[in-house]
Design a protein around this ligand. Structure first.
Ligand SMILES: [Zn+2]
Length: 121
C-alpha cells in the first residue's frame, strides 16, 4: 500500500499513508473520506465466519459472512476510526473503543479456551 502524497484542493493535509482511495481535486464532499480499503481489501482481507451454523441454520447461503476491519477518516477528523464491517452492516469506533473491544474479545476467547481445556475456574 502506498499513499499518494498529493494534496487535493479540498485537503488541508495529504491522505494518511493507509488510505488507498483514488481521490481527485473535484471529489464531491461525500467522497472525501479516506479508507484503508473496505470494498476489495488487499491488505486487510477480513475474517470469514460461519455464524449461523452455530444456531442450527443449515441454509448454505446463510452460513458465509466475512467481517472486515479497516480504517477510515473524514477530511476534518484528526485521526482514523476503526470500522468493523460485514456486507450490510458496520460499527465505527474510536481507536480507544477498538482497543477496548480487542481486549474484551481477548478475555472472552481466553475464557472459552479455558473451558475447552477443562480448566474453567
Ligand atoms: Zn485519502
Amino acid at each position: 500500500m502506498s499513499a499518494d502524497q498529493t494534496k487535493r484542493i479540498w485537503q488541508s493535509e495529504a491522505c494518511p499513508d493507509w488510505c488507498v482511495l483514488p481521490h481527485g481535486h473535484l471529489d464531491a464532499p461525500v467522497n472525501r473520506g479516506c479508507s484503508s480499503d473496505p470494498i476489495a481489501p488487499r491488505t486487510m482481507p477480513g475474517v470469514p465466519l460461519t455464524l449461523h451454523q452455530a444456531d442450527g441454520n443449515t441454509d448454505p447461503t446463510a452460513q458465509l459472512m466475512t467481517v472486515y476491519a479497516f480504517l477510515e477518516q473524514e477530511p476534518r477528523e484528526v485521526g482514523p476510526r476503526v470500522v468493523l464491517s460485514t456486507w450490510n452492516d458496520s460499527v465505527h469506533m474510536t481507536l480507544e473503543e477498538a482497543a477496548a473491544l480487542h481486549q474484551h474479545l481477548w478475555e472472552v476467547l481466553a475464557a472459552a479456551q479455558r473451558v475447552l481445556e477443562g480448566d474453567d475456574r
